[in-house]
Design a protein around this ligand. Sequence first.
Ligand code: 5AD
Ligand code: SF4
Length: 347
Amino acid sequence: MGGLLEQLRSEHVLDASGFKSLLLCDDKALIDDLHRSAREVTDQVFGRKIFLRGLMEISNHCRNNCRYCGLRRDNHEIHRYRLTTEEIMDSAQKAFGLGFRTFVLQGGEDPAEDDAWVEATVGQLRKRFPTCAITLSLGEKSRESYLRFKRAGADRYLLRHETHNEGHYRLLHPKEMSLAHRLQCLEWLRQLGFQTGCGMMVGSPGQTVDNLVEDLQYIHDSRPAMVGMGPFIPHHVTPFAHETAGSVELTLRLISIVRLMLPKVLLPATTALGSMMPGGRMAGLRAGANVLMPNVSPVSARRAYELYEHKDPGAIDTIEDWKRLETNLRLAGFEIGIGRGDGLIHS
Ligand code: 5AD
Ligand code: SF4
């Protein structure tokens, strides 16, 4: 087994059976080695710097009906909201003042936020914050829409592929959605020059170890700039209300494997990880993650953006919050990375 870890570290890939053995391995010492090794590689590439992204949840309206997500259109129990451009500009201004140099605009696929609106909002952010990176996470759009967003000044786009297995994708999504289209969107984004992020939930209903191996192979081959992974957490107003949550340990293991596969990739310690376990995000950083995405949305928006139950707000609203995070990071031997924290080009 130790040979597999060596091989992954030196060759940055394993065959399917190698990945599977690592994912199933119950040798605690080896898994500790995996995390240590992934952190060493992260240190070599990024040092102890952790990049912060200011996350704005700009709308919880969604035209889709993904079976796992609390924002699905059949959830009639949530209060729906969308931020105005002015509210977004105000949040960005506040976040900039605290030190953030990347803004992530994340939301459901809200038909009211049409291309012209996104373009205008991105354009205003670009003009007011020329030194900042603008990341969008607004779901599937046409190639033309993505091009408009890029021209308006967006640099990065996050669109989790959710699973690379056709049958599993079908189980998680209603029939009007397709894996082929999701992957097409990711390919368009890459072609248009976005730093692109994919990713998946860990332990989503019906997910097998073989599915995760397929995800790893896709991540290996598509060489994304960023990979977002977090445990699945059931939400009570979804068809998956009574399913079991994903495992924190397996999520940490995947973070380490992806780090060793793509040493230069940006890996967030996600909100879902933090929501499943106190200290979950810090454990993510120790396993090779190097990005945190604290919430900087207006307080009014936070509770309603409920992808899953007991979501940890993970917010930074004041300089005291920023300082507290800085202290916690320092105690764990990390520091806040100043600046945009761009991804590196994979060699
Ligand atoms: N548990 C964990 N993650 C979820 N997401 C959506 N619903 C859930 C859930 N119940 C993730 C999806 C989506 C991202 C925005 O949040 O992977 O891409
Ligand atoms: Fe909408 Fe995204 Fe939730 Fe699917 S995962 S319902 S696209 S917000």
